[in-house]
Every structure is written in C-alpha cells, then in structure tokens.
Design a binder for this molecule. Sequence first.
Ligand SMILES: Cc1ncc(COP(=O)(O)O)c(C=O)c1O
Length: 470
Amino acid sequence: MSREQMLELGRQALDLVVNRIENLPDEGAWEGEFREILESHLAEDPPEGPNPPSGVLERLARDVLPFTARLDHPRFFGFIPTSSTWPGVVADLLATGYLINQCTWLVASGPSQLELVVIDWFRRWIGYPEGAGGLFTSGGSAASVDALVAAREAAGHPERATVYMSDQSHSALPRAAVVVGIPRDHIRTIPSDGSFRLDLEALSTAVAADRAAGLRPLAVCANAGTASTGAIDPLDELADFCATEDLWLHVDAAYGGFAVVTERGGQLLRGIERADSVGLDAHKWFFQPYEAGCLLVKDRETLSDAFHMPHDILQDTIWGADHPNFADIGLQLSRSARALKVWMSVQTFGMDAFRRAIENGMELAARAHDYVRASPVLEPLNTPPLGIVCFRVNPGGGLDEAALEAVNRTVLAQMFWDDPAFMSSTRLQGTFALRMCIINPATTWDDVRETLEAVERFGRKELSGKGDLA
Ligand SMILES: Cc1ncc(COP(=O)(O)O)c(C=O)c1O
C-alpha cells in the first residue's frame, strides 16, 4: 500500500473507533445478532483479487463490528467488563504497527525493559519483595495455568497431586488444573461460607483426608475478588495454612487485584503479598483493552525453573541473566507487547486518576447495595466488598424458590430486550441472583439508579401477574 492509502485507511478506522466511543451513551449497552443473519452477510470464499480497502472497512463496520456487547458502555454491568483508556488503545495500535514480538531481549529489548518496569510496579503494589517477578499473559486463565505449572514443578511434579479451591472460584481455575494434568477427581471444591469466602475448616479437613488417603496436596487457589460477588478469601489465614502444610498458594486476583492501589482495597486484600503467585487482569479493573493479564510469582526463579526450555535456533538470544527473555518464563514464545498499554495509560493519567476510578466503582457498588436494601421489591444477596452487587426481585410475599427464580429470569430477559443497560446473573449457593459489576469510571449514580429502578419496574409487573405485589 502507498503511504496515502495507509494513512487514509488508518484515518477511516480511527474515525470509526472515536465515533463509536463518542456515541456510546446514546446507544444500548448490548448489540448482537443471530447466526443465521450474520452468516448470510459473511459466509463466503476468500476473494482471489483485491477489493478497495475502504469498501472492506465499510463491510466490517456494517456487518461485524456493531454486533458486540458494548463492554465500555456506562450501563454495561454484566460479567466483568472493561473500559479501555484511549492511550491503552493507541498503545495496542503501536505494538501491532511496530510488529513487536516481545519474546526475547535480542528481538525486543525496549519492550522487554518496559515489561520489567510495569511488572515491577505491579510487584510493589501487591507488596511482593525484590526477588519477585512475572510476566504479562493473555489473561487470568493463562496466568492460572502458568501458576499451576510453576506450583507443580516447584513440588517436583508429584504423582497423585490434588488442588483446592472454593466453590466460588472461576472456572478458569479448575480448567487450569486440568491443563496441568491434575485429574478432575483430584480437584477439590471447598464450600464457601455465608460471605462466599472459602471455609478454612473445610479446607483443612479436605487436605488431611487426602494426605491420609496417600494423595499429594499441591496447591490452594484463593480468590481476591470472586467473579460472582467480589468476595475475598481469608488470605492471611490461607497463607498461614499453606505455610504449615507446605502448599503453594495461588491467588486469583484477576478481577479484584488492582483494587490494591486504593487505601480501602489495600486493607481488603491484606495477605495477598504472602501468596506464592498472584494472577491479575489489567483488562478488568485497570482499564485496558484485551489482552492484558499478568502472573506475578514471589520467587521469579520458580517460573524460569518451570518454563525454561532451550532450543538451538534461539541460542543467539541468550544474553545472560541481566537481559531476561520473557519467553523463558511462560507458555508463549511469540508474544505481543502488552506492557505498553499499561505504561502509556499510567504515564498519561497518573496513578491518582486510576485510584479515583477504582474507588468510584467501590462507592457506586456500596450505594447500589444501600438502594437494594431499602427497596420494597429487591432483596440483597451479597454485601459488596468491591464493585459487584448481587440481588433479586423478592418482596417477601411467599413465593417459593422456583417461582422466585422464574420471576428473576423473566426480569433479566426483559432488561436484556427492553432496557439500554446490560446485566447478567449468577447462582449463589443455589440461589439465582441478578448481578451488577459497576467498575466503569464513566458510570454515574444515575446510570446505576435508573437500572435498579428498571429492575424494580419489571419486577413489579411480573409479580403483579402472580398476585404477589410489593
Ligand atoms: C475472578 C476471575 N478469574 C479468572 C478469570 C479468567 O480471566 P480471563 O478471561 O482474563 O482469562 C476471570 C474472568 O472474568 C475472573 O473474573
């Protein structure tokens, strides 16, 4: 392509992206389409000859790009959304445009140094000592796999290994255990308590029973912010337990970990610095585009011991310990330069802005919880430590659990089709729960309040049909 063609296509693409962001508040938080319709627009053989680039972009803009959840919409409260900083987006463009392969020092020394810098920021925020380290990963799932590989290798790859996690742990954790070769029936799901925190006594009983049965307990996976409610497991007590039992402690802080930069978050996450490894997702509560996961380990040697695998073709890339090759401490050889986006965002806005953005989520979640408690129609189902509020429509009029679930499912469906906000649901120890994750710094109290009012409205309508009206 000529310089003019490149710039023209780039400008058109940038226009699309900036217009999308500008128009977000006037749009619904979700857009999607059924397969049949999308296939009719898109299924085709690849063309033999060229097409005009602007026409190709137009097709993308018309037939593909609109059909995604608008995760950065101020009223997108489903799952765990992100809302990227603009410098984060631009950094991804640069990383791609410069075609960085962030694998070895020889191939990408500047980006390698930057990854060291950003990983060191994370290390200090978590409260890890000097010898700690880590790397960027695609996300929390990949970080969990890398962590359990490190745990397994540090323990000498024992046979009959078992791992432990709470019934609130994300599915990424049991999946990671399966990937590293733990048989499914050696993955212990420990019940959580009334606050959705892992029950230590049940953990201790399970570990003792496994030892008595000749199994080899390997690791405990704790939560620093569960995906369902944001619950934080008792990290200090778990660190004590794991030290006594000689178990690897991995903390899945994919969602909640970056709250540590705030005063309140730092208090809530106390003990995280005692874990052997911590997974963090900057594409959740640190406002970065996908993919921006990270694994930190307390002893960086555990990663190189687990992953270093020499290859003749890479012999020229060995520059000594002072010039680390990130490919030697994780799963990926070819890697994108993920540290750029975090670095560029933090340099542009400063940490104070990040702290305030995270605090905004915690404050709105606490206010939403107060609203739910005061509502005659809604019942709170968690006390949010971080940014997630769980509740259901339940005016307390004698509907049984099955009927309540049916009402709440209908309300959720009505929200989905008829309200601009997007919410999702979860199941809390058997109870169907509506759920809002409020972590977008652009979200205002009006966004939250009007969404809760819509839930109340749909709830009242649904209940009136059942003769159970608040
Ligand atoms: C608590 C928690 N852990 C792990 C994951 C998996 O992370 P990723 O989607 O980045 O692989 C998620 C995803 O939402 C999560 O919320």
